[in-house]
Design a protein around this ligand. Structure first.
Ligand code: NAP
Length: 285
């Protein structure tokens, strides 16, 4: 029950109305019997600083940060975890001593969650896209000790920025999607991760694959294919790869695992009921 003592957690982004975080977080909060609620707060671009600063003074215990604020929120924090500094993105804030925000990033743990029982050590991988989520994915692949990462993107600038960020940590190369080496790389790779939004919320056009269907002519059935998109499930890309015999993973487990990690951070290490969050979310997908 919400009382005058209930404190709150919130998601800040623009837009936030599509987010499943309130559903899964409130299901876990209820299960754990915590005196908390989780709400989504839409925030205009020009209001980020004033909103995040004001929430410190309002019994708000923690925040999730989503598009487009994961970088901009850095200067609202007094302390930033090494992992958030490394990937240059913050998705979780926690109030320290009732006055200062500490920023961290739980997307990396979220990404790793469905991969942690597959032995990917020394395997090769391809990451599609070079935006914000690709940073957490690359750090996750480094943590899992893969041998090599190839990023394929249409955007030369963000591709180069990613290489600069991670080139000291792993063997990594960036290719534009027109590069002729790509066919043989796709044939040989162990893991492909899609971080582009291609296929998101599409139910009609099953041909909507990253970089087009013919791009995937050489994919083979031993490759694991992971699409960060969780709606629709499966995406057209995962449907296509499933037909080719590949093991496929969608973005739902990542979504839940990053949220569970944030809730654990806010509650000083409580064990979070993953299945409760999963059941809650499945009703809304
Ligand atoms: P982002 O920062 O906008 O990056 C998207 C990347 O995809 C950019 O490199 C972009 O290239 C590229 N791209 C966009 N449209 C493309 C197209 N038609 N063909 C080829 N490349 C294209 O977005 P993000 O934050 O990384 O998120 C990416 C996706 O991951 C979204 O669908 C998001 O929902 C999903 N995601 C899921 C989770 C989860 O928990 N499951 C977590 C984070 C993100 P340009 O720079 O040239 O536009």
């Amino acid at each position: 029950m919400i009382t005058s003592k209930t404190s709150f957690l919130a998601l800040i982004g623009n837009p936030v109305s599509h987010s499943l975080s309130p559903i899964m977080q409130n299901a876990a909060i209820k299960y754990l019997g915590l005196d908390l609620i989780y709400i989504a707060i839409p925030c205009k671009n020009e209001d980020l600083e004033i909103v995040v600063d004001s929430l410190k003074k309002m019994n708000c215990k923690g925040l999730n940060i989503t598009i487009p604020f994961k970088q901009r929120v850095f200067h609202c924090c007094n302390e930033i975890s090494p992992v958030a500094k490394k990937v240059k993105a913050i998705n979780t804030l926690k109030l320290k001593d009732n006055k200062d925000w500490i920023g961290t990033n739980t997307d990396i743990d979220g990404f790793i969650y469905p991969l942690k029982n597959l032995n990917l050590m020394k395997k090769s991988s391809i990451v599609l896209g070079s935006g914000g989520a690709a940073r957490s994915v690359i750090q996750g692949l480094i943590n899992l000790k893969l041998s090599k990462i190839t990023i394929i993107s249409r955007n030369k600038n963000s591709l180069n920025a990613l290489i600069t960020n991670f080139e000291n940590d792993i063997k990594i190369e960036g290719l534009l999607n027109t590069d002729i080496k790509i066919d043989s790389l796709i044939q040989e790779t162990d893991l492909i991760v899609n971080t582009t939004p291609v296929g998101m919320n599409k139910t009609i056009n099953d041909d909507d694959l990253p970089f087009g269907q013919s791009f995937w002519d050489t994919i083979n059935s031993n490759t694991i294919v992971y699409d960060l998109i969780y709606s629709p499930s499966p995406t057209p890309f995962l449907k296509f790869c499933d037909k080719k015999g590949c093991m496929t993973i969608d973005g739902i487990q990542m979504l839940i695992a990053q949220g569970a990690k944030s809730l654990s951070f806010w509650t000083n290490g409580l064990e979070i009921p993953f299945e409760v969050m999963n059941d809650a979310i499945k009703k809304y997908l």
